[in-house]
Design a protein around this ligand. Structure first.
Ligand code: IPM
Ligand code: SF4
Length: 440
């Protein structure tokens, strides 16, 4: 028998038996999440399954957020928000409200997810939790509703597609560039129903907030989950964020065995990578930034569960310090959480952004899925730190969205056109802010 992949190990632990890729299993769920769009439908299923009188499998591990249309942008959204609040109050679920931020960011910051957990979320970017070594995956509202009652869900154990990156990332190249390149190479459906596992010295050296970028976008190549092996850095990061001690799974349970079987292995040298931009209208359209440099941009969008963290926005503020946006452009900044928002206020970086001409909005999803707070019109071109650029994603079917790192978006804002971030001298390197604060 060959060794096991990390995905097989994580799911074996939750199935209570030795499982392998291709097996169908019933697994114990640790954390379940739904938000203001998917929650109300999940509640209906929950009521049907329980006959209207059942309890949540684990109220403290059922997390409900209000983030997609927050603050409410219409009556329907407002009613959905009330449905979230009422369900949470009635059943004792853990609930976050307007301004608290995007589900995936909040669950990690607030310590709801630990390495080794099985997390299901009624949102496709629930793959994000693999950045701290949990098995996170998106499920539909009805699966979520059923699991809220039973605490269990069936899975097909996924094969693993492995990305190995060795070496030091050059200046101007970040995790976002890595993941856009990966998606470009394997294609939009290249990882369908598989686990995307990211390893190698480059990945090991990434701060946790950057690892989350890799796992967040696993779904953009069809991934069932995205995984970065948890290490001490994850434990220290979570302790710094939450103030609570974190126990990591045993070392052999945190990584794939050397003789595990992978569906395929893709190897990269970090030094060879250039900043990437995904052209409209698919994340798989990744090219070196040079190929699209000079493209005029109307709107710059900094935010989302991919790149709306403190470190991302702080980098943008450092580039915009004492500058103004190029004329004819507008910038929308949406912090991923209330805690990110408050950090930016406390450091003065919020003022830097506003002085440069950016509009900073309440924490949440913002215009990411085209609902509000910066929707695009016909012909508009947006350069975004987001994860999706499908036709009409941020508004009009006649608009276009290019995806890039916060550094590329920030430097492009100075010129009003897509610009190679390496043209800017002294781009900051990323570090874990919370960790740096604690360990300073
Ligand atoms: C609204 C929600 C179901 C959706 C998702 O699951 O991804 C949204 O978050 C998105 O990014 O398009
Ligand atoms: S920020 Fe965008 S991608 Fe992330 S959960 Fe919200 S709408 Fe979906």
């Amino acid at each position: 028998m060959t060794g096991k992949t990390l995905a097989e190990k994580l799911l074996s632990a939750k199935a209570g038996e030795d499982v392998r890729a291709g097996d169908y299993i019933e697994a114990q769920v640790d954390v379940a999440m739904a938000h203001d769009i998917t929650g109300p439908l999940a509640f209906q299923t929950f009521e049907e399954v329980t006959g209207g009188e059942g309890d949540l499998f684990a109220p403290g591990r059922t997390i409900l957020t209000i983030d997609h249309h927050a603050p409410a942008d219409g009556v329907q959204a407002a009613n959905n928000h009330n449905a979230i609040r009422e369900f949470a109050a009635e059943h004792g679920a853990h609930q976050y409200d307007v301004g608290d931020g995007i589900c995936h960011q909040v669950l990690i910051e607030e310590g709801h997810v630990a390495p080794g957990d099985l997390v299901i979320g009624a949102d496709s970017h629930s793959t994000t939790y693999g950045g701290i070594g949990a098995f996170g995956t998106g499920v539909g509202s009805s699966d979520l509703g059923t699991a809220l009652a039973t605490g269990e869900l069936w899975f097909r154990v996924p094969e693993t597609l492995r990305f190995v990156v060795e070496g030091d990332l050059p200046e101007g190249v970040y995790a976002k560039d890595l993941i856009l390149r990966f998606i470009g190479d394997v294609g939009f459906a290249g990882c369908t129903y598989m686990a995307a596992e990211y390893v190698g010295s480059t990945v090991e050296s990434l701060p946790v907030h950057q690892r989350l970028v890799l796992t967040n976008m696993a779904i953009e190549m069809g991934g069932k989950t995205g995984l970065v092996p948890a290490d001490d850095r994850v434990a220290r990061f979570l302790e710094a964020e939450t103030g609570q001690a974190v126990e990591l799974p045993a070392p052999e349970d945190r990584r794939s065995d050397d003789d595990a079987e992978f569906a395929s292995v893709h190897e990269y040298r970090a030094e060879e990578l250039a900043p990437q931009v995904s052209k409209p209208s698919n994340p798989e359209n990744a090219v070196d930034v040079g190929e699209v440099a000079g493209t005029d941009v109307d709107q710059l969008f900094v935010g989302t569960c991919t790149n709306g963290r403190y470190e991302d926005i702080s980098l943008v503020a450092s580039v915009l310090e004492g500058e103004t946006l190029a004329s004819g452009t507008r910038m929308v900044v949406v912090p991923a959480s209330g805690s990110v928002y408050r950090k930016l206020l406390a450091t003065g970086e919020m003022a830097t952004l506003v002085d440069a001409g950016a509009v900073v909005q309440a924490a949440g999803c913002g215009p990411c899925a085209g609902y509000h707070q910066g929707v695009l019109g016909d012909g508009d071109v947006c350069l975004a730190t987001a994860n999706r650029n499908f036709p009409g994603r941020e508004g009009s079917m006649e608009s276009s969205v290019y995806l890039a790192s916060p550094a590329t978006v920030a430097v492009s804002a100075l010129y009003g056109e897509i610009t190679d971030p390496r043209e800017y001298d002294g781009l900051p390197r990323f570090d874990d802010h919370a960790l740096a604060e604690v360990e300073a």
